[in-house]
Write a protein that binds this ligand. Structure first.
Ligand SMILES: NC(=O)c1ccc[n+]([C@@H]2O[C@H](COP(=O)([O-])OP(=O)(O)OC[C@H]3O[C@@H](n4cnc5c(N)ncnc54)[C@H](OP(=O)(O)O)[C@@H]3O)[C@@H](O)[C@H]2O)c1
Length: 352
């Protein structure tokens, strides 16, 4: 089955994704899935579109070295290319949305998702903005269009989170959750325990492409707040945005608190939380002192973990010991396979 892919956003995640498509080609062949990258759009590096298919790995190398093949196709390349994707006769059309996180409004990603669904394409995304700001509206639009809107990479990279609950916990009610869900801050806090400077640890996360393009989104707790909002919207039927999450970040001045916790045999962690209360769903991101025996307290470096509190299964903990770009790219891969397999079954199962 030919699957036409339009990539909007072609930074660290998008480029790693196209290489992963090649590396995992046997797994795709075994499923009869033939992905063809027909278009790539960026903000400052131009865009390209070719219905016959692009050499995406080659374009990735060009973008990494600062230039894109071919001219920008219009003043608003992203929306122009979405329209072109919609007009293709390919069996399956998919928008891969990996633009920069906009924590205030979730744009332009939300508009990209909306336009693609309206044009008849499925959407897979690692961008938490649309889920944190507009999940319910987009899920309704996807269901009405009989298309999927999947975003496994939005939280905990490639570790199954959204699909874990969606696919394996039918009828289970999520009562709340708590988690260490921002790799950059956990790496910095771990480094500070060893006496390393805040700025040096942050610089390492920027060099590895793990920190957000604007790293203040990580250290001020915005990325974690966007993830809390996304999880609460999807699992707890909340109607919130990142701005509704009570939020605290970390700073170089926390070194003394980190050292004091270590001296007591404990650890400081930036924890995102949501709970159902009589007054509604309460959410927060804040620095907490945890026992090392706590599933969140034992996390080192880029490791993440999420404890999901459920009515039937009790508390379920899922841990990601090794973070990294490849994992986020894998989340897009897993979403792609789900879209393609759902289409080949010719059974549309709604917005499960
Ligand atoms: N990096 C990670 O480990 C990770 C993990 C999980 C989720 N995510 C999420 O994945 C997304 C991508 O992350 P990344 O690390 O790949 O970011 P990145 O390296 O900064 O790349 C962002 C890409 O989006 C493009 N872009 C921005 N605004 C655009 C617009 N209006 N139209 C078209 N293209 C636009 C940029 O183009 P220019 O380069 O030309 O500006 C760039 O190609 C983000 O939403 C992030 O939160 C990242």
């Amino acid at each position: 089955m030919r699957v036409a892919l339009l990539l909007i956003g072609f930074g660290h995640v998008g480029r790693r994704f196209v290489h992963l498509l090649e590396e995992l080609r046997p797994a795709l062949d075994a499923r009869g899935i033939e992905p063809v990258v027909v278009g790539i759009a960026t903000r400052r590096h131009g865009s390209v579109f070719d219905e016959a298919g692009l050499d995406a790995a080659q374009v990735a190398r060009q973008v990494a070295s600062g230039e894109m093949a071919g001219p920008s196709s219009s003043e608003q390349p992203a929306h122009a290319l979405i329209a072109q994707l919609g007009s293709l006769s390919a069996e399956v059309r998919v928008l891969v949305e990996t633009t920069t996180l906009d924590v205030r409004f979730g744009e332009p990603a939300t508009s990209h998702v909306r336009a693609a669904l309206a044009a008849g394409a499925h959407v897979i995304s690692a961008n938490k903005g649309p889920v944190a700001h507009a999940y319910h509206a987009l899920a309704s639009e996807a269901a009405a269009a009989k298309r999927r809107f999947l975003f496994e990479g939005a939280v905990m990279d490639g570790i199954p989170i959204f699909n874990l609950v969606r696919e394996t916990m039918p009828g289970v009610r999520v009562l709340g959750f708590r988690g260490v869900i921002n790799s950059t801050t956990n790496h910095i806090l771990t480094a500070m325990e060893h006496g390393e400077a805040f700025d040096a640890a942050l610089a390492r996360m920027q060099a590895e492409g793990i920190a957000e393009a604007d790293p203040s989104l990580d250290i001020d707790g915005w990325d974690a707040a966007a993830k809390v909002s996304a999880l609460a919207n999807v699992w707890m039927d909340a109607r919130m945005t990142p701005q509704d999450v009570r939020r605290e970040g970390i700073c170089a001045g926390d070194a003394a608190r980190v050292a004091a916790a270590v001296a007591q045999g404990r650890r400081m962690k930036l924890v995102g939380r949501a709970a159902r209360t009589a007054g509604g769903i309460v959410t927060s991101v804040g620095l907490e002192t945890l026992e090392v025996s706590d599933p969140l307290g034992g996390l080192d470096g880029q490791a993440n973990a999420l404890e999901i509190d459920t009515d039937i299964l009790g508390r379920v903990v899922i841990t990601q010991r090794d973070g990294g770009l490849e994992k986020t790219a894998y989340a897009l891969f897993a979403d792609l396979v789900e879209v393609a397999e759902m289409t080949s079954e010719v059974v549309f199962r709604g917005d499960r």
